[in-house]
Design a protein around this ligand. Structure first.
Ligand code: SD4
Length: 323
């Protein structure tokens, strides 16, 4: 029987319409329907090893939530990924502060922001979802909760990141030019063999940010959004712009209206472009997956890529862009 919650959703939509109106201008990189075939998609080239870990879960008929958590833990633990987890760039005062969120097929979510000393903020975010009555914990409170949950406190500032921070401090020139060429936040979306969607997003945020700055990545609706009846989306790039437009939620709502995931991402990019006099120095990229297993991505600038793994085949796709 349809639940009251789902009934309300269903009737508010006038019944759920299948997403049919494929845009004729979709890029060849946009996915086609693969019913009941698991799929994982994630931002940037660090998405390739992350997808592998997620695929290990999906291939054994594991759930999408377990898959995305396992997947994004890979770059979180990798000191060579300088924009996520351990080894991430610090803020302007030299503190590595991490943002992450996770959302499952029941639209349950957990989030941490400005969390220090914990290598796997995504797993803390999951604990917030499952072991607390809240959705989001920040700063000292998030750290206290993590330690109570058994997470180990570590120094996350690697020698390489300390060196880069010292070099930056010589000029202390702060221009938040995010990810035009760098590899940044990992956002990951998975569809499992039961047809359920989940997503995760984790980052050390903008390098040299003000201490206490929180970006879009831990904010449900901005850095990540999942609606298991429609689709899921995640964002990377200049978080302030994604927050202003509630970017990932916007992408999901476009899919609800019938847009293909790539078209939905392009419309969210268009919203950002329209709100700015110039987007010359702004990069934002979105990825999305719909309930039918179609996927896509789109960015403001050239240079955004995302990794897609379906049927065990993992590949990097250059996203189409506005510019
Ligand atoms: C932030 N969106 O903190 C993150 C950073 C990022 O690509 O994604 N960079 O604003």
């Amino acid at each position: 029987m349809i639940s009251r919650k789902n009934f309300l959703k269903f009737t508010a939509l006038g019944g759920l319409l299948p997403a049919k109106n494929w845009s004729s201008s979709l890029s060849p990189s946009s996915g086609g329907p693969e019913p009941n075939r698991p799929l994982v998609i994630s931002t940037w080239n660090h998405g390739i090893p992350a997808n592998e870990a997620a695929w290990d879960v999906l291939a054994k008929e594991g759930g999408a939530l377990d898959a995305v958590e396992a997947g994004v833990r890979i770059p979180e633990a990798d000191p060579d990924v300088r924009t996520v987890g351990y080894g991430g760039y610090p803020d302007r005062d030299g503190f590595v502060t991490l943002d992450a969120c996770i959302m499952d097929e029941r639209e349950q979510c957990g989030s941490v922001a400005a969390l220090q000393h914990i290598k796997h903020p995504i797993s803390v975010a999951r604990k917030v979802k499952e072991e607390s009555p809240h959705v989001m914990l920040v700063g000292e409170g998030a750290l206290q909760f993590a330690v109570e949950q058994g997470f180990e406190k570590e120094d996350l500032l690697t020698e390489a990141s300390r060196k880069d921070w010292k070099a930056w401090k010589e000029d202390a020139d702060y221009r938040p030019e995010i990810n035009i060429e760098n590899h940044d936040t990992i956002g990951m979306l998975a569809l499992d063999s039961r047809g359920n969607l989940s997503g995760a997003c984790t980052t050390s945020g903008a390098a040299w940010k003000m201490h206490g700055r929180v970006g879009d990545s831990p904010l449900i609706g901005a850095g990540l959004f999942v609606d298991n009846e429609v689709g899921a989306a995640a964002a990377t790039g200049l978080g302030e712009e994604v927050i202003r437009t509630c970017g990932s939620h916007l992408v999901v709502e476009q899919m609800r209206r019938g847009d293909h995931p790539e078209t939905a991402c392009r419309k969210a990019v268009r919203r950002i472009v329209e709100k700015n006099e110039s987007v010359k120095d702004i990069q934002v990229g979105f990825i999305a997956v719909d309930k039918q297993g179609r996927f896509g991505g789109y960015s403001i600038q050239k240079g955004f890529s995302f990794a897609v793994c379906e049927a065990g085949r993992n590949r990097l796709v250059d996203a189409p862009y506005w510019d």
